[in-house]
Design a protein around this ligand. Structure first.
Ligand code: HPA
Ligand code: ZN
Length: 326
C-alpha cells in the first residue's frame, strides 16, 4: 500500500501519449452522435469488445477508426481536456502530447481545427490546474515523406503551437531513414525531434533514429535490449526511452508484464520512463502503468523515484523549470 501510494502520488511527467489514443469509447459515441458520424459498432460495449489486439497493426486499424468522429476544433478540445484532467489527477506535472494530423487532414479536417483545439486545451489546463503541457506533431510513417512535407507546410502557420516532431504508426517496413530529409528540415526549424523505434522493429531502427534522424529521445525503444553496444550508447548519452508497459502487453511485445525488460534497462543505466501511449485502448493511464508494472516485476521505491526523476529530466523544458521539479 505504501508503494502504491508512492507511485500514485509522486510527481511525474508523461512524455508518450497519443491524444487520439485517449479517446474513450463513451466520448467516441458522444462525438459520433454530435457530428452524425456512422460507426461500425452498435454501442460502447461492442466497441470495447473489439479492443483485443494481436500486434501493432491490429490496434492501429481500430485506433484510426475511432478517430473518425473528430471533426471540429471543439472535438479536439474536449478530447484533450478530458485527458489533461485525468493527467492532473495522476500527479502529472508536465505532459508532452503527440497528435497525428494526417489522420484528420486526410478526412478534410483543417489543420487549424486540430492544432487550435489541442492548444487551447493545453493553455486552459495550465490556467485551471497548473499542469504544464506541450504538443508534438507526429508524421505517420506508413505514408510517404512527401506527405510529411506537405503536412509540415500546412502546420507552419501554427509553428508556435507545437514544440517538436515525432514519427509513429506502422513500424516494420517503414524505417526511420525513410524520413531523413523531412527530419533534417524540422531540425533546421528548431523543432525538437523524437521517433518511435524499437517497439516491434529491430534495434537497427533505434540506431537509425539516432544517427540518421538525430532524435533526442526514443519512443518505446525496448528492442534496444537486444544490442549491447546500443544499450551502452543509450546509457552513456542519457538518451531517454519513453516506455509504455500496458501498450507493450496489449500489443504482445511483452505478453506478460512480469517479463518486461524495463527493470533490466533501468539497472543498466538507461534513462527509461513510464508512459501510457494510448490509455483508452490499453486499459490504463500513467498511474495504472506504474502500478501494474511494479506489481508484476517487484520493483520498489528506489526504482519508482528514479523513473519519476527520469521523466522530469527528459522533458523538453527549460533548465530552470526542471530544477524546480527535481
Ligand atoms: N506505435 C506506433 N504508432 C502508434 C502507437 C504506437 O504505440 N500508438 C499510436 N500510434
Ligand atoms: Zn506511441
Amino acid at each position: 500500500p505504501a508503494l502504491a501510494a508512492l507511485l500514485r502520488d509522486m510527481p511525474k511527467a508523461e512524455l508518450h501519449v497519443h491524444i487520439e489514443g485517449t479517446l474513450e469509447p463513451e466520448l467516441i459515441f458522444a462525438l459520433a452522435e454530435r457530428n452524425q458520424v456512422d460507426l461500425p459498432y452498435a454501442d460502447v460495449a461492442s466497441l470495447r469488445e473489439a479492443y483485443a489486439f494481436s500486434d501493432l497493426q491490429s490496434f492501429l486499424d481500430i485506433y484510426y477508426a475511432g478517430a473518425s468522429v473528430l471533426l471540429h476544433e471543439q472535438d479536439f478540445y474536449d478530447m484533450a481536456r478530458a485527458y489533461l484532467a485525468r493527467a492532473v489527477s495522476d500527479h502529472v506535472l508536465h505532459a508532452e502530447i503527440f497528435f497525428d494530423p494526417q489522420t484528420h487532414t486526410a478526412r478534410g479536417v483543417p489543420m487549424a481545427s486540430v492544432i487550435n483545439g489541442l492548444y487551447r486545451a493545453c493553455r486552459d489546463a495550465e490556467r485551471d490546474w497548473g499542469i504544464s503541457c506541450t504538443l508534438i506533431l507526429c508524421f505517420l510513417r506508413h505514408l510517404s515523406e512527401d506527405d510529411a512535407f506537405r503536412t509540415l507546410a500546412q502546420a507552419m502557420p501554427l509553428r508556435d503551437r507545437f514544440i517538436g516532431i515525432g514519427l509513429d504508426s506502422s513500424e516494420l517496413g517503414h524505417p526511420p531513414e525513410k524520413f531523413a530529409r523531412v527530419f533534417a528540415h524540422c531540425r533546421e526549424l528548431g523543432l525538437h525531434l523524437v521517433a518511435h523505434a524499437g517497439e516491434e522493429g529491430p534495434a537497427a531502427y533505434v540506431w537509425s533514429a539516432l544517427d540518421t534522424l538525430q532524435v533526442e529521445r526514443i519512443d518505446h525503444g525496448v528492442q534496444a535490449h537486444q544490442d549491447e553496444a546500443l544499450m551502452q550508447r543509450l546509457a552513456r548519452e542519457r538518451i531517454a526511452l519513453t516506455v509504455c508497459p500496458l501498450s507493450n502487453q496489449k500489443l504482445q511485445v511483452f505478453p506478460d508484464l512480469a517479463l518486461h525488460n524495463l527493470p533490466q534497462m533501468l539497472d543498466a543505466g538507461v534513462a527509461v520512463t513510464v508512459n501510457s501511449d494510448d490509455p483508452a485502448y490499453f486499459g490504463g493511464y500513467i498511474n495504472e502503468n506504474f502500478e501494474q508494472l511494479f506489481a508484476a516485476t517487484g520493483m520498489g521505491p528506489r526504482q519508482a523515484y528514479q523513473l519519476a526523476r527520469n521523466s522530469l529530466e527528459a522533458g523538453f523544458v527549460g533548465e530552470a523549470r526542471k530544477k524546480a521539479w527535481v
